[in-house]
Each structure stands twice: as C-alpha cells, then as structure tokens.
Design a protein around this ligand. Structure first.
Ligand code: GH3
Ligand code: MG
Ligand code: MG
Ligand code: MG
Length: 300
C-alpha cells in the first residue's frame, strides 16, 4: 500500500516511517496536517497514519477532510494517540478514523493494523469495480452491445441540463428495420438476432466516435449526432442507410430483396429549442413518414 504519515514531531515521524516500511509499504511523509491534506490529494494513498495534535489542520480535521472527499476509493485511517486519552480516540473515530495505535508506537501493533487496512481497502476497490461493471451492464443491450434506452435517457438529460448553458445543436435519428417481422417469419428468430447485430455494428461504424448509438427497442435504434445541422444529419443517415443496404442480408419478403432501414431525423437548434421528449416525437413522426412513403429512406 501507499501509506501517508502525518506527524509534526520529527522523532515520531521517523519511528512511524520505519515501522510502515518494515511492514513492506511505501511511505509518503507529511510534517503537518495541511501538507498531509495536500499530499493526500496528490497521491491518493490507500492508508493514512496520522498524529492527532498538529498545528493547523489537526488529525480530526484531516479525517473529516478525507471522508468528505472520498468517492469510490476508501482510505483506511489510523490515528496515533497518546496513552489514556479515551476522549481523543472517541473524537477520532467519530471524525472517521478506522483504528488507532498509542504512543510510544509498537511496530508490531501498527503492522497488524496495516494488514486489516490492506484487506478493507482491497474489498472497497473490488466493490467499486463491481459497481462500475454492474452500472455498465445496466446500460448495455446484451444482444447488440450498444447502449440501451436507460443510457439514452441519461445522456439526453445531460445534454439538456448543463447548468446555465443551453444545449449545443444536435440531431436525433430514429432508425427502424424494414419489414423485420416477415424476416423473422421467413428466416427464424436466430437469423433475426444476427441481422440486428450486423445492423447495429454498421450504425456504430458509420457515425463518429463521439456520436451516440442506442438500441431504442426491438428493431429500432436511435442515433444522437452532436453539433450537426439537420441537413448534415440527413446526409450522414443516407450514408448509414446505404451501408445497411450494402450488407446485402437477403430478405425475400422485402421489395428490395435485402434488409433495409428507414430513418426519421429531428434537430435541436438555437432556433428550435425543443425538449428531448419533443425531439423524439418529431424523429418518430419523420420515421413514420419514411415508412409511409415506401421505406428504405431517410426523412426530415
Ligand atoms: P416496418 O417496416 O413497418 O417497420 O415493419 P416491421 O415488420 O419491421 O415492424 P413490426 O413492428 O411489425 O415488427 C417488428 C419485428 O421486430 C417484430 C419483432 O418480432 C421483431 N423483433 C423485435 N426485437 C427483436 C429481437 O430482439 N430479435 C428478433 N429476432 N426480432 C425482433
Ligand atoms: Mg503532534
Ligand atoms: Mg419498429
Ligand atoms: Mg420495422
């Protein structure tokens, strides 16, 4: 572990440092509470061994500062206190410390506490990884590996709620596979799944890394194209439509003989500041028009 030691007394500092190093850990040493706080922020140590009484920021202040700044990483805090000061220990634990050792410091005593520190911080880091993995999974469509509707709702919310700044111009494109029910009927559900995967990766390939590609529902996808005019978005969607056509996935139930998509585009501009819900409705209406006028096309 990376262990931060904070003590204003030079002899105590040396004794603690020797003990921590003897336990096999890397040391960062601070001569008072304020520099400890700075070093903590710069180095993100897994554990802190801190004296209670220090000029400026004391051990309790340091504990509180650490606890209120933590997000996913947990820092294990051990207080070094004088003998017999129960009140100090209680205050320290209430401020967020995990454990304490008394002066004069017994290296063995500190060693066994650092073992516990290692176990607890490693548990916390496993938990954080697990949380991240779960959160990603909840936002990913298992079939196509695209982002799902939950992630779309969050991303659109973020676009529209950027403090005082109005959202930048962007476009939405609602994409729907043509005559897909009959594709399933003719070729089977498994072939349908494979076709959706192929179409999904084509959509992702044809737009920029910074654009959003989501599986909206069954055979519907949504594209979020950042900083694009509606006309440019239509050009991009035309390229996407053509790329899906060029996959040449045979579909005997479709007039084109291959699987195709239709798309409806809507735009958020400074002149038309509709909310996300409204833009989704507009894209859906445009998609409906694309379907009504013959499919395999893009409509604004
Ligand atoms: P249109 O051109 O008007 O969009 O016709 P369509 O047949 O594509 O539209 P409809 O909404 O009638 O049918 C959608 C089909 O998509 C029905 C459903 O079984 C299929 N579908 C939805 N999700 C999946 C999926 O995950 N896998 C497979 N294989 N099929 C799916
Ligand atoms: Mg002191
Ligand atoms: Mg549909
Ligand atoms: Mg369809």
């Amino acid at each position: 572990m990376k262990v931060l030691i904070a003590d204003d007394d030079q002899i105590s500092r040396m004794i603690t440092k020797a003990a921590v190093e003897q336990s096999g850990h890397e040391c960062i040493v601070a001569v008072d509470g304020d520099s400890a706080w700075e070093l903590y922020q710069a180095h993100a140590p897994e554990a802190v061994v801190t004296d209670l009484m220090m000029p400026g920021l004391n051990g309790l202040d340091l504990c509180r500062a650490i606890r209120s700044s933590e997000d996913d990483n947990y820092t294990y805090v051990i207080l070094v206190t004088s003998h017999g000061s129960r009140k100090d220990v209680l205050a320290g634990m209430e401020a967020g410390a995990d454990d304490y050792v008394t002066k004069p410091l017994d290296p063995f005593n500190l060693h066994i506490r650092l073992l516990a520190a290692q176990r607890i911080t490693s548990l916390h880091s496993d938990l954080a990884k697990y949380r991240t993995a779960l959160s990603n999974q909840a936002r990913t469509d298992p079939l196509t590996k695209l982002h799902n509707r939950l992630k779309l709702t969050e991303d659109l919310g973020e676009l529209h709620n950027r403090g005082d700044c109005p959202p930048r111009d962007y476009c939405l494109a609602m994409v729907d596979v043509d005559n897909f029910k009959s594709y399933n009927d003719i070729y089977g559900h498994q072939a349908g799944d494979s076709a959706l995967v192929a179409i999904a990766s084509t959509l992702a390939r044809e737009v920029r890394e910074s654009d959003g590609v989501y599986r909206f529902g069954g055979e519907e996808f949504l594209l979020v194209l950042g900083e694009q005019s509606e006309e440019t978005a239509a050009v991009i969607l035309e390229r996407v439509r053509s790329a899906v056509h060029d996959l040449r996935i045979e579909h005997s139930g479709d007039p084109d003989g291959v699987l195709t998509i239709s798309a409806g585009v809507s735009a958020f501009t400074q002149g038309h500041r509709a909310g996300a819900e409204q833009l989704l409705r507009e894209a859906d209406l445009a998609l409906y028009a694309a379907k009504a006028s013959g499919r395999n096309r893009v409509t604004l």
